[in-house]
Design a protein around this ligand. Structure first.
Ligand code: ATP
Ligand code: MG
Length: 569
């Protein structure tokens, strides 16, 4: 065992010495005592390698550093009161004042010697101005990820515990803003005067604090609202290969919340800067930025910042949920988040598991997505619905990260390259896409018209494969194929053009009803457009009644048929 040197400002009593020896678990001859008046008060213990500094001198220096940071630009009268505050704080918790030293820095990951009392997730202050978050508590060091000062922190810098965890600005001041991974503005729109802050990581609502998912969250995309309906508080995964329309689908869902009193948060994780600026442009053009916050950690940000971005975004969304609002959050995408976490974990020297991901990558994603919820009325009844995105390789949804996130979410929308290239856009594979809880939130009218749609489409896709081989098909199959082609084209929808629920119901009703045979397969869109404009112009009450009641009575269906027949006949 190493020998200890205990330095104190004053000569210690024998009792005190015995106490210290006992606390160190050492033999009396292993501990030597020294006096150094420069310490002012307190003691410093060293075992040759590590130093535990609980001296007043150290506290004063640390307090001075804190004050320096906090008051960089403030007038002199503030300085005195903050000094007082800082000193009274360090007097309250003398045991927390602890110094450490940066031993190594690599790609935003640091190892610190000497912080024996650090806690997981605790914010560390480096050289009085940079911040890191403790991730690994080892026997002889603390592994942490740098949140600021990535280029500046050097081995040898002093590190202090702050007894705080990462908090980010939240509240209505963030609406319409683009912020970085820690909530700092990056849109050139000036400072965000946030009225409140929230922990980036916080526990998910408890089971008893939750209510059932029962209200629809319309995306305005016909395929989704009809076949994989989403409810408020649900987590629905968007999964597919690259360039299959994942981002566009999520953006359409955001665009469709206009005027519906739903706040939105879009968080980019590891996307290209150009992609993010395109997203912002599309939100602006769709007049959606006013109720949306964009949190951006691009591919050029460090893995550490990419890792924290979704937690920041969730905190921003959560603030509104707990204030009783409905919120929609898009995580674009969690595959890149997993990769960032893998990089950090490897740098932290954690053991690698399947596909070199650390074993707890499942846990970090479930912890994140469990924070989406529909709150009970007692807690204000707010909701947070989540659309996480996962990118697959070669449509392989059975690899590690996809299976993890599929099992965490309440359903998935599976987008397929083949369909996308065949012009079926959004390229939803209706056979593999499910919504496990949204069905109960779907309005009756939509449930009625969508009933047969999913089955017909799935059967059609199956048959279409056979038909490709030029097999002779009987009349019945031919009819099924014809019907399938028409229904498929009914669901083709350009991006950025969300439909109101009532119009979706009208279109699907007309297409699945008695007019099917009369509509030519190349004229599906043109015909439906005509029907809709006719109804909008001459029978607006049909749409308003659908919107109001959410139901499609027989009488209302007959009125739609009547209106349609005036155009189609
Ligand atoms: P990445 O893997 O690069 O993130 P992604 O899966 O998010 O791609 P998007 O960027 O949303 O896909 O879309 C890819 C391209 O397809 C874009 O050029 C977009 O404009 C186009 N696209 C997406 N949805 C539709 C649609 N419904 N109709 C027509 N084009 C679409
Ligand atoms: Mg994308």
């Amino acid at each position: 065992m190493a020998d200890f040197v205990v330095t104190s400002a004053k000569i210690l009593s024998e009792n005190k010495k015995r106490e210290i020896i006992a606390k160190l678990g050492a033999l009396p001859e292993q501990v030597s005592f020294r006096v150094d008046e420069a310490l002012i008060g307190g003691i410093v213990i060293s075992d040759g390698e590590r130093v535990l500094d609980a001296s007043v001198k150290h506290r004063v220096r640390a307090a001075a550093e804190n004050v320096q940071v906090a008051l960089a630009n403030k007038p002199l009268e503030h300085i005195l009161s903050s000094l007082k505050e800082e000193f009274s704080r360090s007097a309250e918790k003398p045991e927390k004042v602890q110094a450490g030293i940066v031993r190594s820095v690599q790609d935003g990951v640091i190892f610190v010697d000497g912080l024996y009392k650090a806690r997981i997730g605790e914010l560390l202050l480096i050289a009085g101005k940079h911040f890191a978050m403790a991730m690994n508590l080892n026997r002889d060091s603390v592994g942490a990820i740098l949140l600021t000062g990535l280029e500046q922190v050097r081995a040898g810098d002093a590190v202090r515990l702050t007894d705080r965890i990462v908090t980010v600005p939240v509240g209505d001041q963030l609406l319409g803003r683009v912020v970085g991974p820690l909530g700092d503005p990056i849109d050139g729109g000036g400072r965000i005067e946030a009225k409140s802050y929230r922990r980036a990581e916080s526990p998910a609502p408890a089971i008893l604090d939750r209510a059932k998912v029962a209200e629809p969250l319309y995306t305005g995309v016909k395929t989704i609202d009809a076949i994989v309906p989403i409810g408020k508080g649900q987590r629905e995964l968007i999964i597919g290969d690259r360039q299959t329309g994942k981002t566009s689908l999520a953006l359409d869902a955001i665009l469709n919340q206009k005027g519906k009193n739903v706040y939105c948060v879009y968080v980019s994780i590891g996307q290209k800067t150009t992609t993010v600026s395109d997203v912002i442009k599309r939100l602006k053009e769709g007049d959606a930025l006013s109720y949306t916050t964009v949190v951006s950690a691009t591919a050029s940000d460090s893995p550490t910042l990419q890792y924290v971005a979704p937690y920041t975004a969730t905190a921003i969304a959560e603030e509104w949920m707990y204030a009783g609002k409905d919120v929609l959050i898009v995580y674009d995408d969690l595959s890149k988040h997993a990769v960032a976490y893998r990089t950090i974990s490897l740098l932290l020297k954690r053991p690698a598991g399947r596909e070199a991901y650390p074993g707890d990558v499942f846990y970090i994603h479930s912890r994140l997505l469990e924070r989406s919820a529909k709150l009970s009325p007692k807690l204000g009844g707010g909701s947070l619905s989540a659309l996480p995105i996962i990118e697959t390789l070669g449509s392989d949804i059975s690899s590690y990260i996809p299976t993890n996130v599929i099992s965490i979410t309440d359903g998935q929308i599976f987008l397929e390259s083949e369909l996308f290239h065949a012009g079926v856009r959004p390229a939803v594979n209706v056979g593999l896409s499910v919504s496990r809880v949204g069905g109960s939130a779907q309005p009756k009218a939509m449930r009625k018209v969508a009933q047969g749609l999913k089955l017909d489409l799935a059967r059609y896709r199956e048959m279409a494969i056979f038909a490709q081989f030029g097999a002779d098909v009987d009349e019945e199959t031919k009819a099924l194929l014809e019907r399938g082609v028409k229904l498929t084209s009914l669901l083709v929808q350009p991006q950025g053009k969300p439909y109101p629920m009532a119009e979706e119901v009208v279109e699907i009703h007309v297409m699945t009803g008695k007019f099917l045979a009369d509509i030519e397969k190349t004229k599906v869109h043109a015909t439906l457009d005509k029907v809709l404009s006719h109804i909008r112009a001459n029978y607006p009450d049909i749409l308003s009644e659908l919107e109001k009641t959410g139901d499609l009575s027989e009488e209302l269906a007959a009125r739609i048929d009547q209106a349609a027949s005036e155009v189609i006949a």
